[in-house]
Design a protein around this ligand. Structure first.
Ligand code: HEC
Length: 128
């Protein structure tokens, strides 16, 4: 019985991870790249976003709550990006409004889990 529950848990969590990543690919990757592009930066790279938010927001729960809210109601007052980033890139459009609640949950969890070891992220400029 324990084994069944365990493998179910593994299945469910990998399902979530998969789903979160596919939401990212479909709805975020056009602006948030995995690495800083050489030119034509549209948004801070996704590892930088996760790293900065993990640095500023200590708990996983608050991180996820912040992301789910921010993608629906972004604003410079709430954002953790530098004023320079807002001047150069503008404020993010509220792309999360067109996602389902499940998609928002999944992408927010993915943004946390996929970059869980911020100290290991090297190619990332946290000033943006
Ligand atoms: C049209 C381009 C665009 C798309 C698509 C986009 N973003 Fe953004 N995003 C931005 C820009 C530009 C910023 C920096 C300015 C700001 O914070 O509003 C940003 C900032 C953010 C921040 C805040 C970072 C911080 O440190 O405060 C989060 C979180 C975020 N995006 C998540 C997402 C997620 C998740 C998706 C996909 C569901 C997404 N974005 C899709 C352009 C985009």
């Amino acid at each position: 019985m324990k084994k069944i529950i365990l493998s179910l848990l593994v299945m469910v969590s990998s399902l979530f991870a998969l789903n979160g990543e596919s939401v990212y690919t479909k709805h975020c990757a056009s602006c948030h790249k995995m690495q800083k592009p050489k030119s034509g930066l549209l948004a801070p790279p996704m590892p930088s976003v996760s790293k900065r938010l993990q640095r500023d927001i200590k708990s996983k729960e608050n991180f996820i709550t912040f992301v789910k809210d921010y993608i629906q109601n972004p604003s410079q007052e709430k954002g953790h990006c530098s004023p320079k980033a807002f001047n150069n890139l503008g404020t993010m459009p509220p792309v999360g409004k067109s996602l389902t609640k499940e998609e928002r949950d999944a992408v927010a969890l993915w943004l946390y889990e996929n970059f869980k070891h911020p100290e290991k992220i090297k190619s990332c400029d946290i000033n943006h």
